[in-house]
Design a protein around this ligand. Structure first.
Ligand SMILES: Cc1cc2nc3c(=O)[nH]c(=O)nc-3n(C[C@H](O)[C@H](O)[C@H](O)COP(=O)(O)O)c2cc1C
Length: 189
């Protein structure tokens, strides 16, 4: 596995935001056709890429601008870490980890699964409100991906049904990190 340089985002969809919202839905049947590098780059940028480069700000809001959400990407050859600042995917572990993307069979065949992780060290204050913020931050990212997917005729679904403990082990996360959800993006079947 090598570092994958992602492309600058470039959206080809022609639908208005209103149409995208009218059509947004969860897809639960995928084909095994792979996303192009452009589509993968676009989806990651939509999820949590940089949109105000000078300030290091992102496409999705985060409570107190803590930018606590990291994204791991499970592809068929292994797992990568999305670095939005370098706009690249960095190898984490090689191998077929498709079953780690969720306990539901329909996600195993798909070519891109995002795992959203909230980093404990970036949250600092362990206040009650962060229990909500962690999910809200990921919710914004996932809705961005839903809308991007809809704009390109791709399918997507956010999934809470992931094996948090196993993912934590494989990804070598800190104790204070929290695996929030998985999101599948691919061609609908
Ligand atoms: C927080 C959250 C967790 C979800 N977890 C799962 C899941 O584990 N598996 C799944 O198939 N769908 C999951 N979904 C997708 C829902 O089933 C889907 O959004 C719901 O049925 C409404 O359908 P729609 O998105 O097409 O409007 C989840 C959705 C949310 C918001």
């Amino acid at each position: 596995m090598k570092t994958i340089k992602l492309l600058e985002h470039s959206f080809a969809g022609k639908e208005t935001l209103e149409q995208l919202l009218e059509n947004r839905h969860s897809c639960k049947e995928f084909s095994s056709k792979e996303l192009t590098l452009q589509q993968l780059s676009n989806a990651l940028w939509a999820a949590n890429g940089l949109n105000r480069t000078n300030e290091g700000r992102r496409t999705a809001p985060s409570a107190m601008n803590r930018q606590d959400t990291d994204i791991y990407v499970i592809l068929k050859e292994g797992i990568y870490f999305f670095d939005p600042f370098k706009n690249e995917l960095q190898p984490v572990i090689e191998g077929d980890y498709s079953k780690l993307t969720g306990q539901q069979e329909y996600v195993w065949a798909t070519m891109a699964n995002f795992i959203y992780v909230s980093k404990g060290k970036r949250r600092e204050e362990d206040i009650e409100a962060w229990r909500l913020y962690i999910g809200m931050n990921v919710g914004h990212s996932s809705q961005n991906v839903y809308l991007y997917a809809q704009s390109e005729g791709l399918g997507s679904v956010i999934r809470g049904y992931v094996d948090r403990e196993e993912l934590k082990k494989i990804l070598k996360l800190d104790e204070s990190d929290f695996v929030v959800a998985g999101q599948t993006i691919g061609y609908p079947r």
